[in-house]
Design a protein around this ligand. Structure first.
Ligand SMILES: Nc1ncnc2c1ncn2[C@@H]1O[C@H](COP(=O)(O)OP(=O)(O)OP(=O)(O)O)[C@@H](O)[C@H]1O
Length: 331
């Protein structure tokens, strides 16, 4: 059976500990956030030009998308329901082929490369995990990809155990995936992709079906993968996750990218967000309202906002009249 999940195929058990490009990682800054860098991470890994996609129903889900994704980026894809997010990301691993325009993955035109080969570069976790789960035990489910890469024995076991442990499902290796909760099945689907060790990982709604703790755990996994050099794209409706975890935000509206900005800059684009049916992340909204007190508007996380407020509060102790005046001014 052809592999449709993706994988590097190195068989290298230490691959989790280094860049998927096999290059030394260094710290750098992307859109103001510290991230790991590789010399390859400045390279383009996915490029769409004039991308259009019409489904057989005639629905034009993408209406001319131009986007370049660099290796090592962590990108949130956001937009209202039906905006074209899933359609766009499915083009990034060749699951869909352009009606017009081109998509290059690792420099190769997706129309000319079998999905099974593209899947060695781009792993894809579906919005609905049941679309990719079909084995009787979780072990076999996660082992499917590595076995397709030609790995056997302890190499497969090591990949499966590392992936299950990363998503907190190590105690379920002999369970029937169908017996797991939806949230657990989503993590099982993520484990199946992790076991492939693809340079690019795309997750459609990573936190769907997860409680708060599980959602944070999944985002931490994706962040850690990105720090190790993987390119990560995630689709979400949660603006606070966007703010906290992404280095770059792509807003889709009616089949077009209407905004491409770092999260700390979202406050400048409230109108574009509203037009796309989105709101500002909570921390950005609060920072904007607290600007009269000297809080910088370009915050990219709750922690950054809290630090800025604390700094100002310390400076204002003993200056109650001035604070009251500013509070009155911003009513
Ligand atoms: N297989 C299909 N056949 C016909 N139309 C489709 C198909 N898949 C998606 N569409 C339509 O294409 C448009 C874009 O869908 P897509 O799933 O890419 O949006 P999305 O932004 O991911 O939405 P959501 O947030 O609801 O998942 C929608 O109008 C959708 O109804």
């Amino acid at each position: 059976m052809d592999l449709i999940r993706g994988g590097k195929g190195s068989g290298d058990k230490s691959a989790h500990d280094k860049s998927p490009h096999g290059k030394a990682a260094h710290d750098r800054t992307v859109h103001g956030k510290a991230v790991h860098d590789t010399s390859a991470s400045r390279n383009v890994i996915i490029e769409a030009r004039g991308l259009r996609h019409a489904y057989r129903s005639g629905r034009e889900a993408l209406q001319g998308v131009d986007v370049t994704i660099g290796a090592g980026e962590m990108i949130a894809v956001i937009g209202r329901n039906g905006a074209g997010k899933t359609t766009l990301t499915k083009h990034c691993n060749g699951l869909l082929k352009p009606t017009a325009g081109t998509v290059l993955v690792g420099g190769q035109d997706t129309r000319n490369v079998p999905v099974a080969r593209l899947a060695r570069t781009v792993g894809y976790v579906f919005q609905n995990p049941d679309h990719m789960i079909f084995h009787e035990t979780l072990f076999d489910e996660v082992a499917f990809g590595p076995r397709n890469l030609g790995l056997t024995g302890v190499d497969v076991t090591a990949r499966v155990e590392a992936a299950l442990s990363a998503v907190g499902l190590e105690g379920f290796r002999d369970s029937d995936p169908a017996s797991l909760s939806r949230g657990q099945r989503k993590r099982a689907a993520l484990a199946a992709v992790l076991a492939m060790e693809t340079p690019v990982i795309i997750v459609d709604e990573p936190t769907g079906g997860q409680d708060y703790r599980e959602a944070r755990q999944i985002m931490a996994i994706l962040q850690q993968l990105n720090r190790r050099g993987h390119t990560v794209l995630f689709i979400t409706h949660d603006m606070d996750l966007v703010h906290e975890y992404a280095h770059r935000v792509l807003v889709l509206n009616d089949g077009r990218i209407t905004l491409d900005a770092p999260p700390a800059e979202l406050f400048r684009h409230e109108a574009a967000l509203q037009a796309a049916g989105l709101r500002l992340p909570l921390a950005a909204e609060l920072a904007r309202r607290l600007a009269p007190f000297g809080v910088p508007t370009a915050v990219d996380s709750v922690d950054a906002l809290a630090a800025a407020v604390a700094r100002i509060a310390r400076g204002c102790v003993g200056d109650q009249d001035a604070m009251a005046g500013r509070a009155a001014a911003c009513q």
